[in-house]
Design a protein. Structure first.
Length: 337
């Protein structure tokens, strides 16, 4: 097992019930989440030593976040307290062909308002195997665009592997801002979550044409991305066929040792909660890499973990290694007796 640091903003999520519009909601379901926090929880569930670094207000909400993370075994020794408020986001649950919708309310939050690095970085990265961060953190402010690169460089210089999820959010920053910052980050990255849309729109890789003679388009995109950033050892992503909000097909793929591997397709119906599925997938990939599993085992496990995440409410994965493996072995909804 390994030691991992993840760093990012944890938020309170306020969700409507299916069929209820935000404008008419009288009550919300409440949970906590955020990309890096969700990955931290997955890895802690799998038995790794995980530290989550962030900043929350010094009030009852901040304490609630700490208790939430601790309940999953995530260390909060680097969870700072201070600032004015906890970031929020509102989710209007989707139904049938109508997609879910998100409204962010995180401007001026304790984490977003950080302008200088407030952690003791030597202590934070001591003995750490992997540092995981995402493009969402970079998108929070001009300061965070700089701070993200500073953090990655420091961790890299201490021998820590860098895991980066591009995780582009158009509601947080422009495509042009994202392109500029992400291209500065990727030369320091070892493991990268990036799919076709990231390749085409953030890295300006031309769309794969039929005359390329490549059976699987993702092989083309991974080859092109690795050509641009040869330092990146592993690329991974999911492919999703969407029939409705509650019915999807999910397949995972990974590019490792200059070879392409793909999982079986998981038909998920009904989907209880899709948010956090990508973070569960990233957590599964990092678990496999830390355990030095072979690429096919890694992608099978990660995709199964993501599929399982779709079956529970909230942002985070709630399953252990044995539960994911049992799901892989059974491949059905049989009762466990």
């Amino acid at each position: 097992m390994g030691k991992i640091v993840t760093l990012g903003e944890v938020m309170m999520r306020l969700s409507t019930n299916p069929g209820e519009r935000l404008a008419h909601a009288q009550q919300f379901d409440v949970c906590y989440g955020g990309g890096e926090a969700n990955v931290a929880i997955s890895l802690a569930n799998y038995g790794h030593e995980v530290v989550f670094a962030s900043k929350v207000p010094n009030n009852a909400l901040g304490q609630s976040v700490k208790k939430f993370l601790n309940s999953y075994g995530v260390s909060t020794t680097n969870l700072l307290f201070g600032g004015k408020r906890l970031g929020l986001y509102y989710m209007e649950a989707g139904v049938a062909k109508r997609s879910a919708d998100v409204i962010y309310d995180r401007l001026g939050s304790s984490f977003a308002a950080i302008t200088e690095i407030e952690w003791d970085l030597e202590a934070l990265f001591e003995g750490v195997d992997v540092f995981h961060i995402s493009g969402i953190t970079s998108a929070l402010s001009k300061e965070w665009q700089k701070r993200t690169i500073d953090l990655i460089k420091f961790a890299k210089n201490t021998g820590v592997k860098i895991s980066f999820d591009i995780n582009y959010r158009s509601k947080l920053w422009s495509l042009e801002e994202a392109q500029e910052t992400i291209r500065k980050i990727l030369p320091y990255v070892d493991y990268c979550s990036a799919g076709e849309l990231d390749a085409r729109y953030l890295l300006n890789i031309p769309k794969c044409s039929e005359n390329k003679g490549i059976k699987n388009e993702m092989i083309y995109y991974y080859q092109e991305m690795q050509g641009m950033f040869p330092n990146i050892e592993v690329f991974y992503s999911t492919k999703r066929a969407i029939y409705s909000v509650t019915e999807n097909d999910l397949t995972g793929n990974i590019w490792m040792d200059k070879k392409y591997y793909e999982s079986d397709c998981h038909h998920i119906n009904p989907i209880v909660d899709r948010i956090g599925g990508g973070d569960a997938f990233s957590g599964g990939v990092l678990h496999g890499l830390l355990c030095q599993n072979d690429p096919q085992t890694i992608i099978n496990f990660a995709t199964a973990a993501s599929a399982l995440k779709h079956t529970v409410l909230g942002d985070c994965n709630q399953f252990s290694v044995s539960e994911v493996n049992d799901f892989l072995d059974s491949g059905s909804g049989k009762i466990k007796r």
